[in-house]
Design a protein around this ligand. Structure first.
Ligand code: CTP
Length: 413
């Protein structure tokens, strides 16, 4: 592969100033120490695709933690070290660089984390998931500017193919099944045919992956711009039902993901998680929650959504009735309902989230004693009645509210 001097210009031009400074400092330090360093994996792929690289991943032919420690000291940045993997993250002030000792890996058991051995950049590239992620770009030394592409990643990038490097790749690490669908959907690529067959063959290896690792990959999938594309693909490939037989995903649910993005602020995206469990029936919900290692909040939302699907407000329920049902539920579950339910329930959930829940009476608790409500429990009750009346359009002005409160106070005498 000829050198790609332009790639370094592209890299520098695409990075914010703080990243350029940190990277220049790193190259300087590596040069002083005679250590070869490479930009590797995702950022190389993204640069070649003319996409903005995310985090900077740097492979070090030598001790990455030692180099990172010097960088952090020289540039006054924070460092987090992971001694077991020979990696460190240096960050602060807009800079963020992940450094890893170039390594080979051996998988002692399928699905378990590998044992790592310091090694050459070539070995480091050969241990990777897909050819398009198995490229490096020399940042210093004689090879500076050269693209290392031992597995034909560049050709696969051009052809839009996700391809594994060897036949046992999914067996070594079945999270790659989830990753393949994610890259395919994000980049608009296709899983290459032989890779597809290996993936399907090795679906049972998903069972070797711990719930925490499944969670992490799915969480990353849900951060994509259109996660439903990857989820649909995972359903088609049979991966979702291998994770748990009651996990399904179809284009209807995919459309609900799209609606969710349309109906609310970014915060509504917490509703992706309960939506993933939309089709899971009651008896299986706890097992799915465990398999996907949902956090307590995510699990509560998934349970609440299950519950709400059976006990939604009746059609034609008043706003106050609707509000009283949804108020006790996690917002993520109600957003999910607003995106995925049909007919009246969808509208009620939507109206609750965008309107009802922020409707409050003009009068406050402090105003009530002067209107004849004795301090204490009655204040809360009257406020709830006031709110219901306001939701249902029975009171509009402050004078309306005062009249209602006086009436309620008189009746209670
Ligand atoms: N990798 C791998 N096998 C895995 C996870 C990661 O080989 N199961 C390698 C890939 O080469 C990948 C790199 O480690 O490019 C970094 O992993 P990650 O940060 O997950 O991937 P990125 O490609 O940086 O992904 P993204 O663009 O989604 O951040």
């Amino acid at each position: 592969m000829p050198g790609s001097p332009k790639l370094i210009d592209k890299l520098l031009a695409s990075l914010p100033k703080e990243q350029v400074n940190a990277l220049s400092r790193l190259i300087e330090l590596a040069n002083q120490r005679g250590t070869a360093i490479y930009l590797v994996g995702g950022p190389v792929r993204d640069l070649l695709l003319d996409l903005l690289p995310g985090d900077l991943d740097v492979a070090v032919e030598g001790d990455a933690i030692d180099l990172a420690t010097h960088l952090a000291a020289a540039a006054d940045l924070r460092i987090v070290r992971h001694a077991r993997f020979g990696t460190a993250t240096v960050s602060g002030d807009g800079a963020h660089i992940d450094l890893a000792t170039a390594r080979s890996e051996t998988y002692e058991a399928a699905g378990a984390l590998p044992t790592v051995h310091p090694s050459s950049i070539d070995d480091d590239l050969h241990r990777r998931d897909f050819t398009v992620n198995a490229m490096a770009f020399a940042l210093n030394g004689n090879a500076v500017g050269r693209l290392l592409d031992p597995a034909g990643g560049r050709a696969n990038l051009d052809a839009g193919l996700i391809r594994v490097l060897h036949d046992a790749s999914f067996q070594d690490d079945a999270t790659r099944i989830l990753r393949a669908a994610r890259y395919e959907a994000r980049l608009g690529f296709r899983i290459e045919e032989a890779t597809h067959d290996l993936l399907v063959r090795d679906l049972p290896f998903l069972e070797t992956i711990s719930p925490a690792r499944v969670h992490r990959e799915l969480a990353r999938t849900l951060l994509e711009r259109e996660p439903e594309r990857a989820l649909l693909r995972l359903a088609d490939l049979g991966a979702l039902r291998t994770l748990h037989p009651s996990l399904h995903f179809d284009s209807e649910l995919g459309a609900a993901f799209g609606r969710l993005r349309e109906i609310g602020p970014r915060a509504v995206l917490t509703a992706y998680w309960p939506l993933v469990t939309w089709q899971v029936a009651q008896p299986a919900i706890e097992r799915v929650i465990t398999r996907l290692a949902l956090t307590r909040r995510q699990a509560d939302a998934a349970r609440a959504l299950r519950e709400l699907r059976g006990n939604a407000p009746r059609p034609g329920a008043s706003p106050s009735e609707t509000a009283s049902i949804f108020a006790a539920q996690p917002a993520a579950a109600v957003w999910a309902l607003a995106a995925a339910a049909s007919g009246a329930v969808r509208e009620q959930a939507h109206a609750y989230m965008v309107t009802y829940r922020s409707v409050h009476p003009l009068l406050r608790g402090d105003d009530l004693p002067a209107l004849g409500v004795p301090p204490g429990k009655a204040v809360g009750e009257v406020l709830a009645r006031l709110r219901a009346a306001k939701l249902d359009g029975e009171v509009r002005t402050r004078a309306d509210e005062e009249r209602l409160v006086r009436g309620l106070a008189r009746n209670d005498e």
